[in-house]
Design a protein around this ligand. Structure first.
Ligand SMILES: [Cu+2]
Length: 301
């Protein structure tokens, strides 16, 4: 499946023209990278790449069917009542004030509908909230200066942490020019300087916390959304099925730069991940001190 463009340039936008020109000048990327980000005119959920995401989509689709059926039923009922019981068609109105059968029915039927929604909904929550055995643990901290910090534990070949910040217009233009990625791969207001890099088809345990203010780590294509609360360690998990760049954003109103703290996760092959770990240890300066990441088992209990 080929990736579709996620952000289409608005006509006559100088920045977009510049970005397009820059992408033409940049050396061609080795292979097209799948990019998951909001698209123009998108009305549905983003294509999902995790099991939790697939389940969210099927629950969502089921709910749309139920909502549509209820709306059509109520509308049809109202139209029928307006026509059948108006003064012309029904000159002598009935004096009925109670109908036990009807009252029981309109109580029991909604209860059954709600139960039908609640059961799959709680099943999905359970699947989402009970952490499986993880292959990799990483920690994301929402900082008080509206940036994310990612930490890789030493026990898994990491032992470093780094800050991930949104690229400004200038930085983005430079990144495109330097061939780091195309305009499509580095969307405006979503591309960051240092992405969270993780391997494909591995269960990742993600620990999320905040520093100073409450943020929220949300990644639509993973069906992932979890609060980053100071003094609290939240945990969630995902297993991405496809390599690519996945964009999300802080989803808790957290202050002046709330709109400018995107989340970028790059899912790569296992070999590329091992290589990235090695390079990053040099780049970010691995420390020998024990990792600040709590062991998953300790945090669960
Ligand atoms: Cu935030």
């Amino acid at each position: 499946m080929k990736a579709k463009p996620t952000m289409q340039a608005r006509p006559f936008s100088a920045a977009a023209l510049f970005a397009a020109a820059a992408s033409l000048l940049s050396p061609p990327a080795q292979a097209e990278t799948y990019v998951s980000a909001p698209r123009d005119w998108e009305i549905n959920l983003q294509p999902m790449v995790t099991e939790v995401g697939h389940r969210i989509v099927s629950l969502h689709n089921g709910l749309v069917i139920i909502i549509t059926a209820i709306t059509v039923f109520v509308l049809a009922l109202m139209i029928y009542v307006c026509w059948r019981f108006n003064e012309k068609n029904n000159p002598t109105p009935s004096k009925t004030t109670h109908s036990t059968v009807l009252e029981v029915a309109w109580t029991v039927v909604p209860i059954l509908i709600l139960l039908g929604i609640a059961i799959p909904s709680f099943r999905l929550l359970r699947y989402q909230l009970i952490l499986p055995q993880g292959d990799i643990t990483v920690k994301a901290t929402g900082k008080s200066n509206w940036q994310w910090e990612y930490e890789y534990p030493k026990e898994q070949g990491g032992g470093f942490s780094y800050i991930s910040a949104m690229l400004t217009e200038d930085e983005r233009a430079k990144a495109i020019q330097s061939g780091r990625g195309t305009a499509h791969e580095l969307p405006r207001l979503l591309a960051v300087d240092n992405e969270l890099v993780l391997p494909v088809n591995k269960t990742v345990i993600l620990q999320v916390t905040g520093e100073g203010i409450i943020h929220n780590f949300a990644l639509p294509a993973f069906g992932l959304k979890i609060d980053a609360i100071p003094g609290r360690l939240n945990q969630t998990w995902f297993k991405a099925e496809r390599e690519g760049i996945y964009y999300g954003q802080c989803s808790r109103l957290c202050g002046v730069n709330h709109a400018f703290m995107p989340i970028a996760i790059r899912i790569v092959s296992e070999q590329a991940y091992a290589q990235w770990l090695e390079d990053s240890k040099k780049k970010y300066g691995a420390i020998d001190a024990p990792s600040k990441i709590a062991s998953a088992a300790a945090a669960v209990q």
